[in-house]
Design a protein around this ligand. Structure first.
Ligand code: C2O
Ligand code: CU
Length: 439
C-alpha cells in the first residue's frame, strides 16, 4: 500500500510536504514519572514455524515466531521497539493497531515513514498511555504480510490495578488454513485453580470477523478495543462477534470442578481451562451455534460521554462503501471504493486540531467492512439509526455489515497524517483506503 499510484503532480508535492512534517512528529524518549523504559528488538525474517500439532509452515515472522514476541508495558512506561529487517524483501513496518501514538510512530509506509528494507532498522518510541489490549502488525503489503505472520500482541496494564490470577492474550489468526490461537492449532489446555480471577484477551488478526463462545462459566465482557465498558452485565450462552482487527477482554472467576471452553466460529475449540478432574460427558457449549449474538450497543450501563449526537460537529464526512469499477491506474478494474473512488483518488478528510469530527459510514456493497481509523478512537453515535442504550462504545475498528449505516465521532487531538481504511486488508489493498490529514 506504499505505492502512491499516479497522483497528480500537485497532489504529490503536497503529499510529500505533509509526509516530511509527519516524520518529525515523533514520540517522547522518557517515560512518565515513575514509569520504566521497556526495550524490545524485533527482527523480521522468514522462518519455518512449528505449530502445536507439529505441522511446519513457512512464515514471515518477528524473531522466528508467529505471533511475534508479546509486547507488554505498564501504563506510563516508555516503549522502545527496535525493528530490524533481516530478509523480508517486501519491506516491513510496525503499526500499533488501536494505539494512539504520535503520527511519526504510526508505521505507515509512504505516509509516516519509508518501509524498512532488508539490512535496515527503525526505532519506535511511544508512551504507554492507554491501558488495554492492542496488537501490532506490519503495514507494508499488509494483506500478505499480516497473513504470513507479521503480527503480535501489545498489552498495557494499569499501574494501580490488581493483576488477574491468569491473564491470557489470544490473538486468533487463520494460518495456512488452520485457526491458530496464539501459536496453537490444537486447543490450549490448562489447569487453573478454582476461584482464580481470569482475564481473556481476544484479538482478531484476520480479515474476517470471528464468532466466539465461552461456556462453563458466567462471564463479563469488560473491554472492547482496549476501552473499558461501563458496568458490564453478566453473560451466559451468548455469542460474541469480533470485527477483524478488534479486541474483546472477558473476565470471570474459575468455577470449581468444571471446565471453561472457548470456541471460535462454533467449530474450533481454542482453549479449555479445567479446575479439577477431567469433566465427563459433553464439553460445555457444544450447542453454542444456536446462541444469540450479543448486541454491543445494548450491553452495559450508559454513562456520560464528552459528546453526543446533539453536540454540534466542526466537520462532517460521509463515506459510502461499495465495490465497483475504478479507473485508478488507467484501466478499469474492480476495486473496493469509497464514495465511488479507490485509493489514491479518494480525497483526504481534512480537519483542524481540536475539531469534533463526525463521520457516517454507509455500506452499499455485499461485503462486511471492518472500518479502522488510525491515531484516534471513535465514539459510536448510532448504528442503523439507533443510538446505543448500553455502555458508551469507544472503538478503533467497527464492523459495517452490508446495508448498515454507522455514525461515529472523534476529537481531532492527534495531529499528523493518518490512515482511515477497511481492515479487511484485501479490501484495503484493492482501494478502500483514505487519509485523514490535519491542516
Ligand atoms: Cu491494523 Cu491500518 O491497520
Ligand atoms: Cu472492506
Amino acid at each position: 500500500m506504499s505505492a502512491m499510484g499516479d497522483m497528480s503532480a500537485m497532489g504529490h508535492a503536497r503529499h510529500q510536504d505533509r509526509m516530511r512534517s509527519v516524520t518529525e512528529l515523533r514520540g517522547p524518549d522518557t517515560p512518565d514519572q515513575g514509569g520504566a523504559v521497556r526495550r524490545f528488538t524485533l527482527t523480521a525474517r522468514t522462518a519455518t514455524v512449528t505449530l502445536s500439532s507439529g505441522r511446519r509452515v513457512s512464515a514471515w515472522t518477528f524473531d522466528g515466531r508467529v505471533p511475534g514476541p508479546p509486547i507488554t508495558a505498564v501504563q506510563g512506561d516508555l516503549v522502545e521497539v527496535r525493528l530490524r529487517n533481516a530478509d523480508i524483501s517486501a519491506g516491513v513496518t510496525l503499526h500499533w493497531h488501536g494505539y494512539d501514538v504520535p503520527s511519526g510512530e504510526d508505521g505507515v509506509p509512504g505516509l509516516t515513514q519509508e518501509a524498512v528494507m532488508p539490512g535496515q532498522e527503525f526505532v519506535y518510541r511511544f508512551r504507554a498511555e492507554q491501558a488495554g489490549t492492542f496488537w501490532y502488525h506490519t503495514h507494508e503489503v499488509s494483506d500478505l504480510g499480516v497473513r504470513m505472520g507479521l503480527y503480535g500482541t501489545l498489552v498495557v496494564t494499569p499501574r494501580a490495578a490488581a493483576p488477574a490470577g491468569l491473564d491470557l492474550t489470544l490473538p486468533v489468526h487463520t494460518f495456512a488454513g488452520a485457526t491458530v490461537a496464539g501459536d496453537h492449532d490444537r486447543p490450549i489446555e490448562q489447569t487453573v485453580a478454582a476461584g482464580t480471577a481470569v482475564r481473556l484477551r481476544l484479538i482478531d488478526t484476520d480479515n474476517d470477523p470471528h464468532r466466539f463462545t465461552l461456556a462453563g462459566t458466567p462471564y463479563r465482557l469488560v473491554a472492547v478495543d482496549g476501552a473499558d465498558l461501563h458496568e458490564p452485565g453478566v453473560l451466559t450462552r451468548s455469542a460474541l462477534r469480533l470485527a477483524a482487527g478488534g479486541r474483546y477482554d472477558l473476565a470471570f472467576t474459575m468455577p470449581a470442578g468444571g471446565s471453561v471452553v472457548l470456541r471460535v466460529d462454533d467449530r474450533t475449540v481454542a482453549l479449555t481451562l479445567s479446575s479439577g478432574a477431567a469433566a465427563t460427558g459433553q464439553s460445555p457449549g457444544a450447542d453454542g451455534a444456536s446462541w444469540p449474538e450479543l448486541d454491543l450497543t445494548r450491553y452495559g450501563t450508559p454513562a456520560p460521554t464528552p459528546f453526543t449526537a446533539r453536540t454540534p460537529a466542526d466537520r462532517r464526512f460521509t463515506l459510502v462503501l461499495d465495490r465497483g469499477l475504478s479507473l485508478a491506474g488507467g484501466r478499469p478494474l474492480y476495486a473496493y471504493t469509497v464514495n465511488g473512488d479507490a485509493f489514491p483518488d479518494i480525497p483526504p478528510q481534512t480537519v483542524a486540531e481540536g475539531d469534533l469530527v463526525r463521520f457516517t459510514v454507509v455500506n452499499r456493497g455485499s461485503d462486511t467492512h471492518p472500518w479502522h481509523l488510525h491515531g484516534h478512537r471513535v465514539l459510536v453515535l448510532s448504528r442503523n439509526g439507533r443510538a446505543p442504550t448500553g455502555s458508551p462504545l469507544w472503538l478503533d475498528t467497527f464492523d459495517v455489515r452490508p446495508g448498515e449505516v454507522w455514525e461515529v465521532a472523534f476529537r481531532a487531538d492527534n495531529p499528523g497524517l493518518w490512515m482511515n481504511h477497511c481492515h479487511n486488508l484485501g479490501h484495503a489493498d484493492q482501494g478502500m483506503v483514505l487519509h485523514l490529514a490535519y491542516e
